[in-house]
Design a binder for this molecule. Structure first.
Ligand code: APR
Length: 244
């Protein structure tokens, strides 16, 4: 199947990659919807929605403080590195990611579209102040939540919470990339959360091909030219080999 995927990417350029939490589990970051995923332990509406944040920001920060612990310790894995290598060879033109961990950029990917924001900064909804990750991590060491250095309000992580609008420029760019893609390669996502789950439809409607590397099924499996049910790190490393 790796050879079929390599063939598809060789013959259907440009290749755009769409990643989800499944590419970062091998870096020690749990995903959301697999049996051991985060939503099996936390109700997203209680801990990751904008209404929950407005209602009880300290409670949402309890959840995010744990996530920041894991996210700031994580390192890019061979799957992230393989995608950066394919970009260097001109075989992948961009990575659209739903992940907030910043691991694609740390692995060397240049063109990364973060459609769900990132933990790189946190913002004050009251005065608009932006605070870098390092300061948030320091603040979380001796307080349950980081306060705005300017106005004292509680900060919000710059990640998209349920019920929030997505960053329109990132969404527009992701959509344009999907429509122009010769092949959209989906890695490590259940493709259940819209509007991003609609990107494969945009590629297919525009005449592009779809490929999926994922442990477990997705609603688009039947429409993928190639589907590999396996680990992202192993599959993407083998793909780099096959395209050498
Ligand atoms: N290799 C390949 N696939 C994997 C691996 C791995 N090492 N580990 C997990 N997976 C698969 C899981 O089986 C699952 O099918 O990756 C998929 C991850 O799906 P989700 O947990 O639903 O994550 P994602 O699709 O990124 O969720 C989208 O939902 O909660 C929101 O904002 C959050 O960005 C997230 C969005």
């Amino acid at each position: 199947m790796i050879e079929a995927l390599a063939e598809l990417i060789r013959n259907h350029q440009p290749c755009v990659v769409l990643t989800g939490a499944g590419i970062s589990t091998e870096s020690g970051i749990p995903d959301f919807r697999s049996p051991t995923g985060i939503w099996a332990r936390y109700d997203p509406m209680e801990y990751a929605s904008i209404s929950a944040f407005r209602r009880d920001p300290a409670k949402v920060w309890e959840f995010y403080a744990l996530r920041f612990e894991v996210l700031t310790r994580a390192e890019p894995n061979e799957g992230h590195r393989a995608l950066a290598e394919l970009e260097r060879r001109g075989l992948v033109c961009a990575v659209v990611t739903q992940n907030i961990d910043g691991l694609h950029e740390r692995a060397g990917s240049q063109d990364v579209v973060e459609v769900h924001g990132s933990i790189r900064t946190a913002s004050c909804l009251a005065c608009g102040e932006h605070v870098p990750l390092a300061d948030v991590v320091t603040a979380l060491r001796d307080a349950p939540a980081p306060w705005c250095p300017k106005c004292g309000e509680i900060l919000k992580p710059d990640v998209v919470m349920f019920g929030e609008l997505l960053p329109m420029d990132a969404i527009d760019r992701a959509s344009a990339l999907a429509r122009a893609a010769g092949v959209l390669l989906v890695v490590g996502s259940t493709l259940e959360v819209y509007p991003i789950a609609g990107l494969p439809e945009e590629t297919l409607t525009a005449g592009g091909e779809l490929a999926i590397v994922n442990k477990g099924s997705t609603p688009y499996d039947g429409r993928a030219a190639v589907r590999i049910d396996g680990g992202a790190g192993e599959a993407l490393t083998a793909l780099v080999e096959a395209l050498s």
